[in-house]
Design a protein around this ligand. Structure first.
Ligand code: PMV
Length: 325
């Protein structure tokens, strides 16, 4: 009753922002992401007879009670499905530098879902794994697949049609994670989306443009139209962040360095280098470009004082089981 899985993190080009069901983690809108090649979580789950409680070790350290509670809630879904009551030991290692500004929850819950399902004796399809991972962290449902991935929000109350699907493409884009010095504590994405949905008058405007953004970005992927892809992704991120300014109380994930990077990306474009940015629930900026411009983008952005480090990523694979470990 033991299995190990590895899953990569992902970056959304069309953001998931807002839930319609907090418990099942059902989103208000479809989202679209790229699973990355570099940053991943590896997790071993072992259901054992002699355990009284679930045990969770993160990067070799016993996790906090709050983290263990979250994991136990998630494992209860797996245990119910598998018809078992055994407690588990979970060992998880994040190969996602916190500093890189990627949420480790996406890779974390995609790896946990894959390992826990296998260890419990369940034989789940990718679709079922995506539904399971979603219940740990929304964005995790996309990390089950590699490359470009769409999370279809679904309509059903029980979440059975809310899962990710892969978009066939082997387009090799570059995604540069531009890391800034962390100056303030962030509003967690869970809290940020809730406040925005409940209080921001701009939230309706956000939702109203999603379908067009999705259709256009899919067209861009099909035609390998980088200008279009970048324009839509950048605009979509700006719209997401605009909703937070209308929230009550208002909040903003950006710092002065965030704006400096955004300005630099625009300057790069004016100088003829196609580069676009996107930003998640934090101050760091992810810059999209095509591989032939990586070096120039890297050099230009690393000159900014606010920039601490830049990690260059490319599309990577979906979650996998590590057999025989
Ligand atoms: O899945 P969560 O709770 O980590 O939320 C992710 C939210 C964003 O990163 C801002 C957008 C997204 O689609 O990943």
């Amino acid at each position: 009753m033991k299995a190990t899985a590895r899953a990569n993190t992902n970056i959304a080009l069309i953001k998931y922002w807002g839930k319609r069901n907090e418990t099942l983690i059902l989103p208000m809108n479809n989202s679209l992401s790229i699973t990355l090649d570099k940053f991943y979580t590896e997790t071993t789950v072992s259901f054992e007879e002699n355990l009284q409680e679930d045990q969770f070790f993160l990067n070799g350290q016993l996790a906090s009670e709050m983290e263990i509670k979250k994991i136990t809630n998630f494992l209860n879904i797996v245990r119910n499905k598998a018809g078992i009551t055994l407690k588990a030991r979970i060992d998880s290692t994040n190969h996602v530098p916190t500093a890189a500004g990627f949420a480790s929850s996406a890779s974390g819950y995609a790896a946990l879902a894959t390992a826990a399902a296998k260890a419990s004796g369940l034989n789940l399809s990718k679709k079922e794994l995506s539904i399971l991972a979603r219940q740990g962290s929304g964005s995790a449902c996309r990390s089950i697949y590699g490359g470009f991935v769409e999370w279809q929000k679904g309509e059903m109350e029980d979440g059975s049609d809310s899962y990710a699907v892969p978009i066939a493409s082997d387009w090799k884009l570059s995604i540069m994670s531009v890391m800034l010095e962390q100056k303030q504590k962030e509003v967690l994405s869970r809290e940020g989306m809730k406040r925005t949905v409940e209080t921001s008058p701009f939230y309706a405007g956000w939702l109203a443009t999603i379908e067009d953004d999705l259709a256009n970005i899919k067209q861009a992927i099909t035609n390998r139209d980088f200008e279009l892809l970048g324009t839509i992704a950048e605009n979509n991120a700006l719209k997401m962040h605009a909703t937070t300014l209308g929230a009550n109380p208002p909040f903003l994930y950006w710092q002065s360095g965030t704006i400096e990077v955004m300005e630099k990306v625009k300057e790069l474009r004016i100088s003829g280098i196609p580069a676009f940015f996107t930003i998640d629930a934090g101050p760091n900026v992810k810059v999209l470009c095509e591989p032939q411009y990586e070096e120039q983008v890297y050099q230009t952005l690393s000159q900014l004082d606010a920039v601490q480090e830049i990690f260059t990523c490319h599309p990577g694979s979906g979650a996998i089981l590590k057999e025989g470990i």
